[in-house]
Design a protein around this ligand. Sequence first.
Ligand code: SAH
Length: 219
Amino acid sequence: MTEEAPTIAERKMQFLFALRSRGVTEKRVLEAMEKVDRGHFVRGIFAERAYEDMPLPIACGQTISQPSVVGLMTQALEVQPRDKVMEIGTGSGYQAAVLSHLARRVYTVDRHTRLAREAKTVLDGLGLVNVTTFAADGTLGLPDQAPFDRILVTAAAEDPPGPLLAQLKPGGIMVLPVGQSDTVQSLIRVLKHADSRLEYEELRPVRFVPLLEGMGKDS
Ligand code: SAH
């Protein structure tokens, strides 16, 4: 006897259960993640694994992050409904879609023009009109749109890039993985106090593709 494939409702329940069991407990974050169908952001042979809690390959040799990591990073960012958020590392656009349900505006940047363009198509198709995509080197941030209440970096830098720290509002929060690629990296939360003093907090080990300078070669 062959096992029946899970229904959409069952897959959704399993997806949310996996998030909760890995520490994504905040109601607003879980609600936002419930609204965003990860299946829209994964292509080809990997599409059927979209609801599993694992990173998956996307174009240009990049990856869509593991859903529980997206949830934990989003939770750590403490996004408020009036916030203007910048994400560095659009990739598939999935994380930006989750943020779009929590923030007033989301600016997302990728160094691969192809990824930025494809993510824009998916995000526009979903009617997420408060997200703007940019093809640019995110290590420089977006000086014309700065300052930001929240900054999320989804690629690993050796150190928090100076321009990003400068573009964070006093009272703002930045979450990013730091460390060499191919080794264990740490997820860090940076709080910028009202007097612009920076406070760093180490959250957990993670593994991300590297944050690279300059524009990418599309593939
Ligand atoms: N947040 C994505 C996954 C990110 S993968 C999602 O939800 O799918 C990391 C992304 O960071 C890759 O797409 C890579 O191209 C991008 N990246 C790496 N260095 C960058 C830089 N300097 N500026 C902008 N994007 C960068």
